[in-house]
Design a protein around this ligand. Structure first.
Ligand SMILES: Cc1ncc(COP(=O)(O)O)c(C=O)c1O
Length: 377
């Protein structure tokens, strides 16, 4: 996967790069972090600067549980939460401690491309199962399970990266049943669960975590700021207990303890909720701007479904064109995107394009999409 160029900073001046799946600068709230930090420091006790308890600070988990209960619309128990340094780290931790090299992991096709590298780091054998408009294709999964014994399954149930699709409630339930019947763990990457712009998605898989086979991964990267490196795993008490036995946690205490104090204050002051609501309004405007611009310029060249949340449009080109080659041409016109093949476990999906609407305002979105138009004449 060394050919993938990931985003390391700002795109070059003048370039509109829809490949960037990150929030725009105007949505990274310095003032919020400042207020929450000041509020914390005013009340801080010296022991707040000591190691944190292994599972994560109780006060933070209480605040997080209250926040999730409100926004999931389902009760979330603070004891079911284990604090992490974000979903990338959580994926790495789970692979390290709940699988062995040579084990099989089932992933969605298409799948978040940077997860492939994490799974490869752990010597996991990747098997893909397709998704459709209702998320992971459960019939295809059952066929795969008839011949494969996975240790893990990785899914992004809501507003999937890259497809924008959401797994139906029925499939979520069936998936959990299958994990129990076939004895594998589900890593549900719920990083976009709260970024809904229309109706709410089905219940988070985290709310089914008492089943014992679900590890739901949540993060503040998409709802507050990626730099915080703060997230959580919601799972059964038994698995939480297993996570607290990890050597590095035993030695270093809770992951990212200091930041969890600041985010606790952001939640308790209501700042996190207000920010989430602002993100939903802003991203909804961007979704609609991108959808309208695509309809204007692309209707004859591609098909797509308008996402109801998350960050991404996933376009299927009508012709069997290589999106990767198109990207070279696009970059000459100072516009870019991610080519579909990077999201495939088997280098398929060459005629798909992923466009993120998170990094640009509505005006830039319209300008960028219209720059793509000459690619198809
Ligand atoms: C599906 C998915 N998982 C995980 C991440 C990274 O999450 P974190 O910043 O919490 O490590 C991203 C970021 O783009 C993502 O899209």
């Amino acid at each position: 996967m060394s050919h993938i160029v990931t985003f390391e900073g700002k795109p070059p001046e003048g370039m509109i790069n829809f490949g960037v799946g990150q929030p725009s600068a105007d949505l990274l709230p310095i003032d919020l972090v400042q207020k929450a930090t000041e509020d914390f420091l005013q009340a801080a006790q010296p022991l707040d600067l000591n190691y944190g308890v292994l599972q994560g600070d109780q006060r933070f988990r209480d605040s997080l549980a209250t926040f999730l209960t409100k926004n999931y619309g389902q009760p979330v128990d603070a004891d079911s939460l284990f604090v992490t340094g974000g979903n990338s780290q959580a994926l790495d931790l789970i692979c390290s401690h709940m699988s062995s090299p040579g084990d099989t992991i089932i992933v969605e096709e298409p799948c978040y491309f940077l997860a492939f590298q994490i799974f490869a780091d752990h010597g996991l054998n990747i098997v893909s199962v397709p998704i459709d408009h209702d998320g992971l294709d459960i019939d295809a999964l059952e066929e795969t399970l008839a011949r494969t014994k996975p240790a893990l399954l990785y899914t992004i149930p809501s507003y999937q990266n890259p497809s924008g699709q959401t797994m139906s409630a029925t499939r979520r339930k069936r998936l959990v049943e299958l994990s129990q019947e076939h004895d594998f763990l589900i890593m549900a990457d719920e990083v976009y669960q709260l970024l809904s712009y229309y109706d709410s998605p089905p219940d988070a898989l985290g709310t089914l975590s008492e089943s014992g086979t679900v590890l739901s991964l949540g993060s503040f990267s998409k709802i507050l700021a990626p730099a915080l490196r703060l997230g959580w795993i919601q799972t059964s008490n038994e698995r939480v207990n297993r996570l607290t036995k990890i050597g590095a946690i035993n030695s270093g205490g809770s992951l990212n303890h200091f930041t969890s104090h600041i985010v606790r204050h952001a939640i308790d002051l209501g700042l996190q909720q207000t920010h989430l609501e602002r993100l939903r309004r802003t991203y909804r405007g961007r979704v609609e701007a991108m959808d309208a611009a695509l309809k204007e310029h692309f209707s004859d060249h591609a098909t797509w479904t308008r996402p109801d949340g998350g960050y991404f449009f996933w376009l299927k080109l009508n012709k069997d064109t290589s999106a990767r080659e198109l990207r070279h041409k696009a970059e000459e016109m100072e516009v870019s995107f991610q080519a579909g093949e990077f999201f495939s476990g088997s280098s398929r999906m060459k005629n798909y394009i992923r466009l993120s609407f998170a990094y640009y305002n509505e005006e830039d979105i319209r300008a960028g999409i219209s720059r793509l138009k000459p690619l198809f004449v």
